[in-house]
Design a binder for this molecule. Structure first.
Ligand SMILES: [Zn+2]
Length: 281
């Protein structure tokens, strides 16, 4: 008797990364990224729970929107208009700003103006905007999205908003105080972008961070990163990645940092800590 042919599993179409799906959970499962990697370095349990859709951090939606509002302006006039049209909550419907952008967006407009009116910035910020780059680091597929990649591929620019460019932060990586750039591990992100550009275009591009502060009036600076620091981060990623991938693939249990929002939300008391065993700092 003829056997029924085995039922074909419906073929999953290969994942094709683009601007519409870049910030999705699907993309995060297919690719590693600087944001995801930094998340795993900070707390494996929290990052994995987020990837699995089991938990969402409570973010200040305005802070995120303000950043996107500024980025969309420098992407293109059409992208900025589309962003405003899609986010009616930007406009005040009551109070003294009625019919105008709410206060945080008026502040963002000042930050935009501080850059848009600057000749050096305008000369610098020329090239492909929101350029997606992909490549392989330590055998793992990575993705990155560049704010602006110069047409000659000699440099790329990342816009960063911050409270105060000169504010002092504790940088655990250095066990010392440093700038917001080190505190947020932006050199890791820039090292990844530089490597992905090298793989995709065969060019050695230098990262430039254009920092703009939320002060009134806003401060601004163009910041470079020493190549040895970029090299350090690429090596550190290669060192730490096998464990992170094993956690992501469910091969080993994620470690809990014990202190973050996720760990606090899911904490159970299991004993008593001696006063001098409380790790402060
Ligand atoms: Zn944690």
């Amino acid at each position: 008797m003829l056997k029924q042919p085995p039922k074909q599993q419906p073929q999953q179409p290969p994942f094709s990364l683009n601007k519409a799906n870049y910030y999705t959970n699907d993309a995060d499962w297919h690719y590693q990224s600087a944001t995801q990697f930094k998340g795993f370095m900070a707390c494996e349990a929290a990052e994995l729970a987020q990837l699995k859709g089991e938990w969402e951090p409570q973010r200040d939606p305005t802070a995120l929107l303000v950043g996107n509002y500024l980025h969309s302006y420098f992407e293109s006039p059409a992208a900025h208009q589309e962003f405003i049209d899609e986010h009616q909550e930007i406009m005040a419907t009551t109070g003294k700003n009625r019919g105008q952008p709410k206060a945080p967006y008026q502040q963002a407009d000042k930050m935009i103006e501080a850059l848009a009116s600057d000749e050096t910035f305008n000369r610098l910020y020329q090239g492909e905007k929101e350029a997606i780059v992909t490549g392989t680091i330590g055998g793992v597929e990575w993705m990155g999205k560049l704010d602006c990649l110069a047409d000659n591929h000699k440099y790329f620019v990342d816009l960063k908003t911050t409270q105060d460019i000169y504010k002092k932060y504790w940088v655990p990586d250095n066990s010392a105080y440093g700038s917001f750039i080190e505190a947020y591990r932006y050199p890791l992100q820039m090292a990844v972008y530089q490597e992905l550009i090298r793989q995709q275009y065969g060019a050695n591009a230098s990262p430039l961070i254009v920092a703009v502060s939320k002060q009134d009036p806003p401060d601004k600076a163009i910041v470079s990163i020493p190549q040895e620091l970029l090299d350090y981060w690429l090596h550190r990623i290669e060192d730490e990645q096998p464990r992170i991938e094993a956690v992501k693939n469910g091969e080993i249990e994620p470690k809990r940092c014990g202190r973050c929002e996720y760990c606090r939300a899911t904490k159970k008391l299991t004993g008593i800590t001696d006063l001098y065993a409380l790790e402060v700092g």
